[in-house]
Design a protein around this ligand. Structure first.
Ligand SMILES: O=C(O)CCC(=O)C(=O)O
Length: 303
């Protein structure tokens, strides 16, 4: 299917759980959005003395520049490639903004997690079918280098999460409990969501990630992290394997089975470790002695 993502990008999405779409929205649009966000913050962009907190979270805005950033032709074509035509709802905005300021202070919100997707009572939950979430997206509204508090990601961690979720059934579980059930997820390599204003990381909804601190850079990091909402429910009973995982709805709608099948058949245990720096997220380290657990046969058969 035509679109901005190459076959290698899609392979990387399957293997690592994310890809970076460069220049997904125009840089001048990112600048315009930053101007609006500064106004909302009520701080002086030219005076770091006014930046007193390590993080300020702003609510989503429906102002036209944000709506435009969320709906560029590049992004829409990439959604079609990953999720399938007519399988996703257009974004009304880019969601909320965790804005991180240069600071050595613990922001208090930098724990490893996957994002919650739907409410059960007053708690955000996740389930194996990834109800209400086809993708996690990281919209970079400022240039983000390694010193600028880039989001950290556990490479390939989306493949571990189904093992925790399958026992939780249709109701799922509070999103904050998932990572605690994945003893080996921190053995996975780290990547950092660095890039230029206008880049967007398209991530599997189960990717394990965390904010970074301290922020050692000189300018605030502006990011939004909306979900892409799927149309309908995801089909977990698919028996097709990797041969269909590139079909329009294969990557996400059949993602759990497809990704596991693909990982087991195409990615030997060592492949994540040895995938080096081909990923667009910069890999600062590839820890020695990394144990990269592959899904068990039991998990593959019973999902
Ligand atoms: O600020 C970041 O880098 C990530 C924040 C995050 O993961 C969250 O708020 O869920």
């Amino acid at each position: 299917m035509a679109g901005p993502l190459t076959a290698e990008d899609i392979d990387q999405f399957i293997r690592d759980g994310f890809i970076r779409l460069k220049a997904a929205f125009p840089r001048p649009l990112a600048e315009e959005c930053r101007r609006l966000l500064w106004a909302e913050l009520g701080l002086d962009p030219a005076d770091p003395a006014t930046w007193r907190r390590p993080v300020i979270r702003l609510p989503g805005s429906d102002a036209p520049p944000f709506v435009e950033a969320a709906n560029t032709p590049q992004l829409r074509a990439a959604f079609d490639q990953l999720v399938g035509p007519r399988r996703w709802f257009p974004r009304p905005n880019v969601g909320t903004f965790p804005i991180r300021f240069p600071s050595a202070e613990d922001p208090g919100d930098a724990g490893w997690h996957i994002d919650g997707s739907y409410k059960v009572g007053d708690q955000l939950h996740v389930n194996l079918g990834s109800r209400d979430r086809a993708l996690l997206m990281l919209f970079l509204f400022s240039d983000v280098g390694l010193d600028d508090a880039p989001t950290r990601v556990r490479v390939g961690s989306h493949l571990d999460v189904p093992l925790a979720l399958r026992a939780a059934g249709e109701t799922g579980m509070p999103f904050g409990r998932v990572v605690g059930q994945l003893p080996h997820v921190h053995d996975r390599p780290l990547a950092w969501a660095t890039g230029d204003a206008g880049d967007v990381y398209l991530c599997h909804p189960f990717i394990v990630h965390a904010a970074t601190w301290p922020h050692r850079g000189r300018a605030p990091r502006f990011l939004a992290q909306p979900p892409l909402t799927p149309v309908g429910l995801l089909n977990l009973n698919r028996t097709e394997t990797i041969h269909l995982s590139r079909s329009p709805c294969g990557l996400v709608s059949g993602s759990v089975q497809d990704l596991i099948d693909h990982h087991a058949s195409a990615c030997p245990r060592s492949s994540i470790r040895s995938s080096g720096c081909s990923s667009p997220m910069l890999r600062r380290s590839s820890p020695s002695g990394v144990r990269v657990p592959a899904p068990s046969i039991d998990a593959r058969c019973s999902i």
